[in-house]
Every structure is written in structure tokens, then in C-alpha cells.
Design a protein around this ligand. Structure first.
Ligand code: NAD
Length: 308
């Protein structure tokens, strides 16, 4: 593979400034340019992109700047012989810190007080509403980069950590690891269920009405994975009828979440606009992944984060 150009697709602007990404990629000594949807590609191109486009199949390799690659047609990449890379491995601090933020807000009721602040309202929650994270159980579903980061932080906060992993093999800072077919048991005692798995055929709709009923009525669902891992109507009903106590959602079924969506002003929900991974260093983290693969190509080694 002989790379003569790194093409930064304009969709990258959804995650970070294009100019910052271009500057960060300059270190590879390969010419870098910003391209739009009218660009064409050939076997000497590396494309760095947020979103997929059919034309990218003509490039040598495509680097998706997100961990999830569910929007990319992996079969088409394999058929075209175009390498596809994702960005797993760089979200081990950002997303877990956001998850700690959601859990802390729910436990210490910070989201409620922030809601009342604009009314200068000295409202205090009922005596039995606040609790501490210490001693509470969290179930982390998906123990990859993000899940491990959540488990490490939850363990450091004195929480009891259980998790779900396809292999069921032990993981550091997780007291009990369940397999996906044991999910009902895994969530049953948890105060927080945190979804950190990819969106796949297996995980789509994984949290529906029957599963939500298995959760404690005082529990909270946190979705930093992808919207369709949760069944939308089932979650809305569960929040309305008190099947669970609340939910924090960074990933949604439709993005942006429509203006009229009931979650926006649901008092039991924290809604963030798919920003759990945001950081002012994102361009640097992506450039380091791309740079590493440029060096691997030069050495004739296999590519990191290759998913097709
Ligand atoms: P990762 O590949 O490091 O980890 C994902 C883990 O989930 C893997 O260990 C995998 O084996 C496991 N898994 C797959 N199917 C499973 C199942 N049915 N049950 C339990 N575990 C299962 O990826 P990551 O960087 O930790 O990211 C995980 C996902 O989070 C991504 O695929 C993406 O959809 C989402 N994500 C969201 C944001 C955000 O901004 N909200 C940012 C990054 C990633």
C-alpha cells in the first residue's frame, strides 16, 4: 500500500475543526487536504472521515473517526479490498468520565438542582432522594475500552462492579462477569446499567420492555453506546410508569434528537447530544491513530483497528 494523500472528508467537522485535524495530520509528511462529496479517490488515498460515502470504496484505506462503525458497510469494504479502520481505543477517559458525571448527577440530584437554578428556586429534594455512589452496584455491558474505563472509575469510587462480556472471562476491577445470555441476571441488582457495547445485530433492541422490567425500580439506565441498542418506546414507557427511576442518554435513535421528543423535558432523563467522547484533543487522538498506521504500512505491518 503506497499512500500519496491523506484526504480529510468535510464530515470530520461534526467531531472537530477541519483545520485542527489537517494540522495534526501534517506530521506524517504525506500531503493532507480537505475534500468534499465531489471528490474522487484511488488506491493511493487514505480517507479520514466521520461518515461513510460510496466513493471511499475506491481509496486504499478509510479511517472512521468514531469507535462505532455500524454506519459503514463492512461487506462492501471487504468486497472492494479497501481497508476500514475505526477509532476504538481513544475513548477510555472521555466517555467513562461522562458516565461518572451522569451517575453522580443522579445520586447527588445535581440535574434536578440545575433545572431549578434558572428560577432562583431554593428547592430541596426529599430526604430519601439523594444517595451515594459508594456501595451501589453498577452493571457495565460491554467491557472494551469504554466499559473498562467505567469499571475502573466505578471501582475507585467504591461501587460494586459487575459486567457483561461475550467471553465471560474475568476483567480487572469487575467482581462478576456475565455472558450476554445472562443479561437479565446481570442487571437485576444494579443501581446503574451502563451500555458500552457496539450496535450489532446481536445488541440491537437488547434493552426492551422485558429487560427493563428485570431492572430495579430505583435503577438508572445509561446509554453511551448507540440509540437502537435500547427500544425507544419501551424506555419512554418505563420512565413514565416508574419501571426504572431514570436514564441518561448520549446516543439516540435519531440524531439530532427531534425538538418535540418527550425525552427533552422528561424530569427523569439526562439528555446529551452525543458528546460523551468530546474533547478539545480529539484531533490529536485521531491523528495519532492514523500516523501509527502510516508507520505500520511503511514497515509492512498489519494495520491497527482494522475492522474490514
Ligand atoms: P470496544 O470495541 O473497545 O469495546 C466494545 C466491547 O463490547 C468489546 O469488548 C466487545 O466484545 C463488546 N461486545 C460486543 N457485543 C457485545 C454484547 N452483545 N454484549 C456485551 N459486550 C459486547 O469499543 P469502545 O471504544 O469501548 O466503544 C464501544 C461502543 O461505544 C462503540 O461501538 C460505539 O457504538 C459507542 N461509542 C459511543 C461514543 C459516544 O460518544 N457516546 C463514543 C465512542 C464509542
Amino acid at each position: 500500500m503506497d499512500i500519496a494523500r491523506i484526504a480529510v472528508h468535510e464530515s470530520v467537522a461534526k467531531a472537530c475543526p477541519l483545520e485542527a485535524m489537517v494540522a495534526a495530520l501534517q506530521g506524517s509528511a504525506i500531503p493532507v487536504e480537505i475534500v468534499g462529496d465531489d471528490a474522487s479517490f484511488d488506491a493511493s488515498d487514505c480517507v479520514v472521515t466521520f461518515s461513510p460515502r460510496d466513493a471511499f470504496l475506491d481509496a486504499a484505506w478509510v479511517h472512521g473517526i468514531r469507535a462505532g462503525y455500524d454506519e459503514f458497510d463492512v461487506t462492501a469494504y471487504e468486497a472492494a479490498g479497501t481497508a476500514l479502520m475505526n477509532s476504538t481505543g481513544i475513548h477510555g477517559d472521555t466517555v467513562p468520565e461522562t458516565v461518572v458525571g451522569y451517575m453522580t448527577a443522579f445520586a447527588r440530584r445535581l440535574h434536578v438542582y440545575r433545572d431549578h437554578q434558572s428560577d432562583s428556586d431554593w428547592m430541596q429534594e426529599p430526604y430519601d432522594a439523594p444517595f451515594t455512589l459508594t456501595g451501589e452496584q453498577v452493571c457495565v455491558v460491554g467491557l472494551g475500552t469504554i466499559g473498562q474505563g467505567v469499571a475502573d472509575r466505578a471501582n475507585a469510587l467504591g461501587m460494586e462492579v459487575v459486567g457483561v462480556r461475550r467471553s465471560g472471562d474475568p476483567v480487572e476491577n469487575v467482581e462478576r462477569v456475565y455472558t450476554p445470555d445472562e443479561l437479565d441476571t446481570a442487571v437485576a441488582d444494579a443501581r446503574f446499567v451502563v451500555l458500552c457495547c457496539p450496535l450489532t445485530e446481536e445488541t440491537e433492541g437488547m434493552v426492551g420492555a422485558a429487560r427493563l422490567v428485570q431492572m430495579r425500580t430505583d435503577s438508572y439506565l445509561v446509554n453511551v453506546a448507540r440509540g437502537p441498542v435500547v427500544v425507544e418506546d419501551a424506555l419512554l414507557n418505563a420512565l413514565d410508569d416508574g419501571t426504572i427511576a431514570g436514564a441518561a442518554l448520549d446516543a439516540h435513535w435519531e440524531e439530532p434528537l427531534p425538538e418535540e421528543h418527550p425525552l427533552w423535558d422528561h424530569e427523569s432523563a439526562i439528555v446529551t447530544p452525543h458528546v460523551a467522547a468530546s474533547t478539545s484533543q480529539y484531533h490529536e487522538d485521531i491523528a495519532a491513530l492514523v500516523q501509527e498506521n502510516v508507520e505500520r504500512i511503511a514497515r509492512g505491518e498489519s494495520l491497527r483497528n482494522r475492522v474490514a
